[in-house]
Write a protein of this length. Structure first.
Length: 309
């Protein structure tokens, strides 16, 4: 087996994913841990020690490179953002080093920029996935590209010649989670496994018919059930179709309003299940998608940092 050279970690609010990586970027082993929000104040060093003890015994204390909310006010240490426009060199230049028991730990900075509405926006973790996509798909390093990183807070990223020039956050994942678990819309609805079923497609079609003003469509998730037009098993899929369809439609509409060329392709960087839903939503507007696995791009981005150290 190839020898590992560093440990890659994507430490978000809810989850930690650690990977033992060799010099070519291959993942030799992986494991998960608690998200940054679940780690008590001052508890990050002990969490790392506990999770990496057996890897340390086998391979020594390898460098640890982390991205995500671990560098936020919720995390281990707050790391200043790199300012867009930013590429690999600028972002890597903000890596923050900590020494833990003789192990070098590097935390990525995140990026701050301006969204399509002209307001400030921030990301932590997604910038590393974007850099990873540039490594795995070098064609993205030239020209202009629109990327979407779907998740709790989905990011729509403008990439120009390999540099993040701006981005917009849509709270699509969090809105769906709140509405599906804590609102009247979820009452009587059956569980949904996240597959693009008839309910999801019906939600997409409703957005295509009525427009991106999702706030005036959401209650249909309940009203259509009461009217016998939507079954309980399709209700949450319909709700997701409204939210994701509205996210896509609003983004494309904003591009048109700004006089930007309509994208013919969007690069999706996320979990395969979410990529599949966004691919369908984009297709409903005639836009193609290139779907990349978010975890793989995160590891590739962290490898890019490691090679620059």
């Amino acid at each position: 087996m190839a020898a590992p050279v560093f440990i890659a970690g994507d430490w978000g609010t809810s989850n930690l994913r650690l990977s033992l990586v060799d010099a070519d970027g291959a993942v030799l082993d992986s494991r998960t841990g608690p998200g940054a929000a679940a780690v008590p104040a001052g508890g990050f060093p002990d969490t790392v020690r506990g999770l990496l003890a057996d890897w340390d015994a086998a391979h020594g204390r390898l460098p640890l490179l982390l991205c995500g909310m671990v560098g936020s006010t919720l995390g281990w240490v707050e790391v200043p953002y790199a300012a867009a426009p930013a590429g690999a060199a600028e972002i890597a230049g903000y890596l923050h080093r900590i020494d833990l028991d003789g192990r070098p730990v590097y935390i990525a900075p995140g990026v701050k920029g301006t969204n399509l509405q002209g307001a400030p926006d921030v990301m932590r973790g997604e910038e590393t996935q974007v850099l990873g996509a540039l490594i795995t798909h070098p064609g993205l390093a030239t020209g202009d590209h629109l990327l979407c990183l779907p998740g709790t807070h989905s990011k729509w990223v403008d990439l120009s010649d390999g540099r993040i020039t701006g981005f917009t956050t849509a709270m699509s994942g969090e809105i769906y989670a709140l509405l599906s678990k804590h609102s009247t819309l979820a009452r009587g609805a059956a569980d949904w496994d996240g597959t693009p079923d008839a309910g999801f497609r019906q939600g997409l079609a409703r957005v295509a018919e009525a427009g991106a003003d999702v706030l005036h469509l959401l209650f249909e998730t309940r009203a259509r059930q009461m009217a016998g037009l939507l079954s309980p098993k399709d209700a949450l899929g319909f709700l997701s179709g409204l939210v994701i369809g509205g996210d896509v439609a609003a983004t494309l509409a904003r591009h048109r309003a700004l006089g930007r060329p309509a994208p013919t392709r969007v690069v999706l960087v996320g979990a395969p299940a979410l990529n599949a839903l966004y691919t369908l939503a984009l297709a409903s507007h005639g836009v193609a998608a290139l779907a990349l696995n978010g975890a793989e791009q995160s590891t590739a981005g962290l490898l890019a940092y490691f090679r620059r150290l």
